[in-house]
Design a protein around this ligand. Structure first.
Ligand code: IMP
Ligand code: MG
Length: 201
């Protein structure tokens, strides 16, 4: 695993470690398996933050299921909600008559999910539930009826296990806090050839 506190990921404040993630996702999977017994739910992952959660959750559900993805953007800058939700990628298939479970990384203000639920509701699914890995109850601005919650966390900015800061740190295997006063500068992406040539970032 990528060690906490490396130059690449200079955060030591691990909030949820890989074993805790695994154990809780197994519980969520078992709950969904029970609740949808005999059914065939459609998991809708919200890109990109939910990718690892979606992959692990889907494998913890012992039912025939399908997976689809959509992408929306809700953030004006790296850590503050702009309140504007824009559709970047829609679903591949219709959801009419389906039992939909929206799989989301984190509920912060709740605006993204409020928008998504309203949008998907108009397409006539049989049911819609939400499964969020994390919620920050202190930040809630819009009331969201979330059936499955992995962990309630304090009002801290977190990265890892899919969650990013300026697109980085999604590939950490754990969830850790970043202090906003202490955000590291993010260099623009460089190719390997540029790095080898000593090209400035
Ligand atoms: P909301 O619309 O304010 O609920 O924001 C939800 C989206 O904001 C999530 O899907 C994340 O992409 C992003 N977000 C909110 N809080 C955090 C955080 O602590 N770390 C990383 N991304 C976050
Ligand atoms: Mg994000």
């Amino acid at each position: 695993m990528i060690t906490p506190g490396t130059p690449f990921a200079p955060f030591n404040d691990v909030l949820i470690d890989p074993a805790q993630l695994k154990a809780r996702i197994a519980e969520l999977g078992a709950e969904i398996t029970k609740d949808y017994a005999g059914g065939n739910p459609l998991l809708i992952g919200v890109l990109k933050g939910s990718v690892f959660f979606m992959a692990d959750l889907a494998r913890a559900i012992d039912l025939p299921l399908e997976m689809d993805f959509m992408a929306v953007s809700s953030y004006g800058n790296a850590t503050e909600s702009s309140g504007v939700v824009r559709m970047l990628k829609d679903l591949d298939a219709p959801i009419a008559g389906r039992d939909v479970i929206i799989v989301e990384d984190i509920i912060d203000s709740g605006r993204t999910l409020a928008y998504l639920v309203e949008l998907l509701q108009q397409r006539g699914p049989a049911s819609i539930e939400i499964c969020a890995l994390l919620t920050k109850p202190e930040r809630a601005e819009v009331e969201i009826d979330c059936r499955y919650i992995g962990f309630e966390i304090p009002n801290r900015f977190v990265v890892g296990y899919g969650l990013d800061y300026a697109e980085r740190y999604r590939n950490l295997e754990y969830i850790c806090c970043m202090d906003e006063a202490n955000l590291p500068p993010i260099e623009p992406a460089r190719t390997r050839a540029q790095v080898e040539e000593g090209h400035p970032a």
